[in-house]
Design a protein around this ligand. Structure first.
Ligand SMILES: CC(C)(COP(=O)(O)OP(=O)(O)OC[C@H]1O[C@@H](n2cnc3c(N)ncnc32)[C@H](O)[C@@H]1OP(=O)(O)O)[C@@H](O)C(=O)NCCC(=O)NCCS
Length: 411
C-alpha cells in the first residue's frame, strides 16, 4: 500500500471512527462522571509508538496540532520506539527534575535494559528554581548516573562561564588596574593551571619546531627560550609548598615515618576564595589540612583566617605538625596575626602551645567565637633561618622557648 493510499484510508476510516467514537466517549464520560472531552486543556502529549521514520510522517500532524492549539504545551514521547536506532538516548526537559528523569529511564529500561541515556545539565535551567537543595544539586549528576544516564553534559557550557569570567575581570581592571591581572595569575599559579605559561598553550613550541624544520635549523629567532615573556612565568613568585614539604620530611624522619609525604595547596572548592593546604601520604590520604583565607585589614595588616584545621590521625597529634603548617603559611602570606573561626578545645590548646613556642606573642580567646593570635615575627624569622637549627630543634622538641624570649637550648 502506498503512502497516498494509507492517507486516504486514514482520512475516511479515521474520520468515520472519530464520528462513531465521540458519542460513546461522551456517554462513558457522563456515566463515570469524568471529563472525556477531546478538547485540549493546556498540554498535548503525543505518544509515538512506531519507528524513527514515522516521525517524518507524523510531522504534518504535529504541525496541525500546534496550529490548532498554539498555546498548548506539546510533548512528544517517542523514545521507546526510536531506541533501536540509537546507541544513546537523550531526553530534553524543561527543567532539571530527577523524578521525571527516573520515569524516562524506567520506561526505556523496561524495554531496553542496557540502553545508555544522556542528560542535558543545561545552563538554560535556573538551577535555584528547580526546588532542589544545595546537597541535592551537588548529588544530581551522580544520581543521574545511577539511573543509567552515562553522558551528562552542559550544552553551551562555556557561555556563562566565559561571560562571567570576562565580566569579573573587566570590572577588576576598571577598579584595580593591572592588579586584577596579577590576582588572576596568582590563582593560576596556585592551582598550577596549564594557562600559567600562555605561550606554550597557544602553540609556541610547535611554531618554533616548524620554524626550525622549514629553515633547516638555521633560524636565529624563536618564540620560546630565555628571552621570551614565557620565561617570566617560570620564575618562583610565591614561597613554594616544596619548602613545607622539606620541613615535613625532617619531621617524618624524626618520627621514623618512612612514607614520603606531599604538600598540596589548592582552592578549598573550585573557584572558592578559601584555600586548603593538605599533607597527603603516598595513597593520597590526608594526614593533615588547613582551610584558610588571607585578608588585609584597613591598616594593611595581613590576617591569616583559619576556618578549619586537622591533624587527622591521633597518632600524629601533639607532634608540632600543625605548627609547621602554620609557620609556613605565616611566612608565605606575611601574616601579622592568625584568626581561628569557631575554635575547638584542641584549637585553644594548640594556640597556647604555639604561644609557649614563641610563635605567637599573644593569644586572645575572649572575643567570642574566634581566637586571635598575634604573630611573633622575630621568632618566625629564627625558624626560617637557612641553617635550620631552630627549625630542627622545634621539630625534635629540644627547645621550648617562651613567648618574647629567645630560645636557649641549642643542643
Ligand atoms: C587542633 C589540631 C589541628 C592541632 O594539631 P597538632 O598537630 O596536634 O598541633 P601541634 O602539635 O602543632 O600543636 C602545637 C602545640 O600545642 C599542643 N597541643 C595541640 N593540641 C593539644 C591538645 N588537644 N591538648 C594539649 N596540647 C595540645 C601540642 O602538644 C604542641 O605543644 P608542644 O609545643 O608542647 O609540643 C588537632 O588537635 C586536631 O586535628 N584536632 C581535631 C580537629 C580540631 O579541633 N580542629 C580545629 C578546628 S579549627
Amino acid at each position: 500500500m502506498t503512502l497516498r493510499q494509507k492517507r486516504i484510508l486514514d482520512f475516511y476510516l479515521g474520520g468515520f471512527l472519530i464520528l462513531l467514537l465521540r458519542p460513546i466517549v461522551a456517554l462513558v464520560g457522563r456515566v463515570l462522571r469524568r471529563d472525556h472531552t477531546l478538547g485540549v486543556k493546556g498540554a498535548i502529549c503525543v505518544q509515538k509508538l512506531l519507528g524513527g521514520g514515522s516521525l517524518v510522517v507524523a510531522y504534518p500532524a504535529l504541525l496541525g496540532l500546534r496550529r490548532r492549539w498554539p498555546d498548548a504545551r506539546l510533548s512528544l514521547v517517542c523514545t521507546p520506539a526510536v531506541a533501536p536506532f540509537a546507541d544513546l538516548l537523550w531526553m530534553e526537559t524543561a527543567t532539571a527534575d530527577l523524578a521525571y528523569a527516573k520515569r524516562f529511564a524506567d520506561a526505556i529500561h523496561a524495554v531496553y535494559p542496557e540502553k545508555m541515556l544522556a542528560y542535558n545539565l543545561s545552563p538554560s535551567f535556573n538551577w535555584d528554581t528547580t526546588g532542589m537543595s544545595d546537597d541535592e544539586m551537588a548529588a544530581f549528576p551522580k544520581e543521574l548516573g545511577k539511573l543509567g544516564f552515562v553522558f551528562n553534559f552542559i550544552t553551551y557550557g562555556g557561555h556563562q562561564i566565559d561571560g562571567l569570567a570576562a565580566q569579573e575581570f573587566a570590572t577588576g581592571v576598571l577598579e584595580d588596574g593591572m592588579l586584577a591581572l596579577a590576582r588572576l595569575q596568582r590563582t593560576i599559579r596556585m592551582i598550577d593551571s596549564p594557562y600559567k605559561t600562555p605561550q606554550t598553550y597557544v602553540g609556541g613550541p610547535r611554531a618554533d619546531g616548524a620554524l626550525m624544520a622549514t629553515s633547516g635549523r638555521t633560524a636565529t629567532t624563536n618564540a620560546m627560550g630565555k628571552g621570551s615573556t614565557q620565561y617570566q612565568h617560570l620564575v618562583q613568585t610565591e614561597v613554594p609548598p616544596k619548602l613545607l614539604e622539606s620541613w615535613v620530611e625532617l619531621w617524618a624522619k624524626h618520627y621514623d615515618i618512612a612514607e614520603a609525604l606531599r604538600v598540596e595547596m589548592r582552592p578549598h572548592k573550585a573557584g572558592s576564595d578559601l584555600l586548603e593546604l593538605n599533607i597527603v601520604d603516598g595513597s593520597n590520604t590526608k594526614i593533615a589540612n588547613a582551610v584558610f583565607a588571607t585578608i588585609q585589614d584597613l591598616r594593611g595588616k595581613n590576617i591569616l583566617s583559619v576556618r578549619d584545621q586537622n591533624t587527622f590521625s591521633e597518632a600524629f597529634r601533639k607532634k608540632r605538625l600543625m605548627t609547621l603548617i602554620h609557620v609556613f603559611l605565616i611566612y608565605r602570606y606575611k601574616s601579622d596575626s592568625v584568626h581561628y573561626v569557631n575554635p575547638t578545645d584542641d584549637n585553644d590548646k594548640q594556640t597556647k602551645g604555639m604561644k609557649a613556642l614563641g610563635i605567637y606573642n599573644d593569644v586572645n580567646a575572649e572575643i567570642g567565637d574566634i581566637i586571635v593570635a598575634g604573630v611573633n615575627g622575630e621568632r618566625v624569622k629564627e625558624l626560617l633561618n637557612p641553617d635550620q637549627i631552630e627549625l630542627r630543634q622545634l621539630i625534635s622538641k629540644k627547645s621550648r622557648p617562651r613567648a618574647g624570649k629567645k630560645p636557649t637550648n641549642r643542643s
